[in-house]
Write a protein that binds this ligand. Structure first.
Ligand code: NAP
Length: 300
């Protein structure tokens, strides 16, 4: 399945990064972009993103071999319905949503006669909007493709090859398993960061200015994640409710165990736990999923 034309719907961080990466890595592929926001389309035009930016979503997907929906998870159904009248027969529709089972259902319902191959590039930053994207965002990051039962092998290969061409490594898995894995590796960490940053700013004994002043003690590392897009993350938690609640239950049990170890003065338990977590950080570095530079490479 040759991909000669790609349409990107939603030109924020992820959509604009896809447009930039295609321009750089697949210059022979034409890219059309659309965003629901007039302002975003204006910024995208000013930045020179895509070969064409189109106001109408159905017109944006005309002749596209691959359409990628890069809108918040809660807007996928609307975006799919809006492009439906313009899709050519045989076009592949994919997305980049951070949760997969709910999005797959929404896309299958909105586009019953089309080929839908959902995907999730596990790459991002805390920034959003068209100016925040960059062409190397997907380099050496994983992209998880979650085809439904009976999906065409040819279409899965086309989506896989597309992401590999943008620099990503690709895994294929079941949508429900994706949602459980990402609940642990992404959604729970975001929930914890949102909690801790909110809690710290509302303490009575410690002022907010002290929290900010002494944030290098660890707090500031949570603030990067807690600065992530509120709309995107609202939708992720609503969409991946079951997996997040199951993981949160386990987290609460482990937190209680550590609380008990502190109360009982059980230093051995704490040290064992922290030794295991340090090894996990080292594995992440060894596997090229983060930089080994101390303190995240901050300049001192
Ligand atoms: P973003 O920067 O906020 O961009 C989303 C864009 O989509 C916005 O410009 C938004 O416009 C537009 N939009 C909303 N509804 C639309 C519709 N129906 N039709 C066309 N455009 C629409 O968000 P993002 O970070 O790129 O996230 C996009 C998707 O990628 C989400 O599903 C997210 O879960 C997934 N993802 C994000 C990350 C990350 O780290 N950010 C990583 C991997 C995957 P308005 O602002 O006017 O609504």
């Amino acid at each position: 399945m040759a991909i000669r034309k790609v349409a990107v719907i939603g030109l924020g961080l992820i959509g604009s990064s896809i447009a930039r990466a295609v321009a750089e890595r697949l210059p022979e592929v034409a890219v059309t972009g659309h965003d629901a926001s007039d302002d975003v389309r204006g910024v995208a035009r000013a930045l020179g993103l895509c070969d064409t930016i189109v106001d109408d979503p159905a017109a944006a997907v005309a002749d596209a071999d691959l359409v990628i929906l890069a809108v918040p998870v809660g807007r996928m159904a609307d975006a799919a319905a809006a492009i439906a009248p313009g899709l050519k027969a045989g076009a592949i529709i994919s997305d980049v949503g951070s949760s997969k089972a709910g999005v797959a259902d929404a896309l299958a319902k909105a586009l019953p006669d089309h080929i839908v191959i959902p995907a999730h590039p596990v790459a991002g930053t805390e920034n959003s909007g068209p100016a925040a994207g960059f062409a190397t965002l997907f380099d050496r990051r994983w992209c998880i493709v979650t085809p439904g039962a009976g999906a065409s092998g040819e279409a899965v290969t086309a989506v896989t090859s597309f992401w590999q061409a943008l620099g990503a490594k690709v895994d294929v898995m079941d949508a429900a398993h994706h949602d459980m894995v990402l609940a642990v590796t992404s959604h729970l960490p975001h929930l914890i960061a949102y909690t801790i940053v909110g809690t710290a700013s509302e303490l009575e004994e410690v002022t907010e200015s002290e929290v900010i002043k002494y944030s290098a003690g660890g707090f500031r590392d949570f603030t990067r994640i807690a600065a992530s897009d509120p709309v995107m993350w609202r939708d992720v938690f609503l969409a991946n409710k079951d997996a997040v609640l199951a993981t949160l239950q386990r987290f609460n049990e482990d937190l209680t165990a550590l609380q008990q170890a502190i109360r009982r003065g059980d230093g051995a338990k704490l040290e064992d736990w922290f030794t295991r977590t340090r090894a996990i950080r080292r594995s992440i570095i060894e596997q090229g999923q983060d930089d080994a530079a101390p303190d995240f490479g901050r300049k001192h």
